[in-house]
Design a protein around this ligand. Structure first.
Ligand code: ARG
Length: 424
């Protein structure tokens, strides 16, 4: 076994040469892949494993149990880092300011979490004398790109191993390996067919029956969001307060960002809000179907975008959309440390300096829609918006002159292109 694995040729400079692996820091989730990995790395590399589990607010996770499991499997240590505050402040908040949705539907919760997880892995590896970081990503996804590019950016000397890419075990073989090595398998023989990832900003399911594009999602996929058919018959209005682009209050109550996101998540979930059935272009070429449950993001991103529209000029609003798209793509594509992202953040902050006010979101049977807005910075004058009034900064009498000049080139070009033809 070991011989065979040692012969896997490495293609990139940062892939660990088995002969050189000293001590391994494993990013440990407590799931099947990384549990098998705790044992497998000890055997294949004859080395010690230090586990690191990062709490990004995975709903319902008991981190004491996760830690105990790693230790039972022979990890010399398992550190659990509560990174929820940092995740919310430094990753989710910039995403809100950038209205970040990839492919029009994916709020990037996984993509935002990976660079933070990888950063914490580098820190923990250094602190515990590890020269190699191991993770449980497959060779087919985006997560390997996000984690490895972050590690390389932060510590060029760090080596990386990604056992799932090379060990050639499918799910069945992994379960068999787990049984052989006394690794507890959640759900017994009824192991979930889905690959799940979650944190405070959302939950994704991939794989198994989801891969059949011709089939609607099975009910057993959804664990967070209530089926809209079973959601309350009464709508609920939720007033979200923003300051400089950051959500700071719900229904007038000021909350820390983590709590605010969690509360929006619960309310949205109860009302069936935030299910997305998404076909996605991965950066590694494949298309994949993801089923997302993103109740908090569905509420907060819509509320933010709504307020931003109200305070931005037509030019800012048109321009920012392209920048938002670029921001989301860089983050999706694993390039958190790309300087362009920081350049874009500077613009996002500049625009968001004026995004202060309140938006009321109505949650009802699977939808979250803005039904009221107010802002001291709104570029909106109720008196001028009416049909008949002129006055202040706006004069209806000036309109014909504007139309004549505004349409000039378009009219000329149209006439020239249609010379000699009947244009009516
Ligand atoms: N498709 C999403 C992304 O690339 C979600 C990935 C979820 N990861 C997972 N290991 N299940 O960000």
């Amino acid at each position: 076994m070991t011989e065979e694995r040692h012969s896997i040729p490495s293609t990139a400079s940062y892939e660990a040469d088995p002969a050189e692996v000293g001590r391994v820091l494993l990013l440990y989730s407590g799931g099947l892949d990384t549990s098998v990995m705790v044992k497998w790395i000890q055997e294949a590399y004859e080395t010690e494993v230090v586990a690191l589990t990062v709490n990004l607010g995975q709903p319902g996770e008991d981190f004491d149990v996760v830690r105990g499991k790693a230790l039972d499997l022979g990890a010399v240590d398992c550190q659990v880092v509560d990174a929820r505050e940092e995740f919310a402040r430094d990753y989710v908040l910039p995403a809100i300011k950038a209205n970040a949705l990839y492919g029009g539907g994916y709020p990037l919760f996984t993509a935002l979490g990976r660079p933070l997880i990888a950063k914490l892995a580098v820190k923990a590896a250094r602190a515990t004398g590890c020269d190699t970081i191991a993770h449980g990503c497959t060779g087919k996804g985006n997560d390997q790109v996000r984690i490895e590019s972050t590690i390389m950016a932060l510590d060029p000397a760090m080596k990386i191993i990604a056992p799932v890419r090379g060990w050639q075990m499918g799910r069945e073989e992994e379960i068999a390996y787990a049984r052989e090595h006394g690794i507890p398998v959640k759900g017994g023989t009824e192991v979930t067919p889905y690959s799940i990832d979650d944190n405070i900003w959302g939950r994704s399911s991939e794989g198994g029956p989801i891969e059949d594009l011709a089939e609607p999602p099975h009910d057993d996929v959804f664990e967070l969001v209530t089926d809209p058919r079973n959601a309350p018959d009464e709508p609920q209005d939720l007033k979200v307060g923003f300051e400089r682009g950051a959500p700071v209050a719900l229904d007038g109550e000021r909350l820390g960002l983590v709590e605010l996101i969690e509360r929006c998540g619960e309310l949205g979930a109860r009302h069936g809000v935030g299910v997305v059935d998404h076909i996605e272009d991965r950066i590694v070429g494949l298309k994949v179907r993801d089923l997302y449950e993103v109740p908090a993001a569905a509420i907060l991103l819509s509320a933010h975008a709504e307020l931003e529209k109200l305070v931005g000029t037509i030019h800012q609003n048109r321009f920012k959309r392209a920048l938002d798209e670029q921001w989301a793509f860089l983050v999706y594509a694993g390039l958190w440390y790309e300087p362009l992202r920081e350049d874009l953040d500077a613009y996002m902050d500049s625009v968001n300096a004026h995004v202060t006010g309140e938006v009321t979101m109505r949650l009802y049977k699977g939808r979250a829609s803005a039904v009221a807005r107010s802002s001291p910075n709104a570029l909106y004058d109720e008196a001028l918006a009416g049909f008949s009034e002129s006055g202040g900064l706006f004069s209806q009498g000036a309109s014909p002159g504007f139309i004549e000049l505004w349409s000039l080139q378009t009219r000329m070009a149209y006439r020239i292109r249609n010379r000699g033809r009947d244009t009516t």
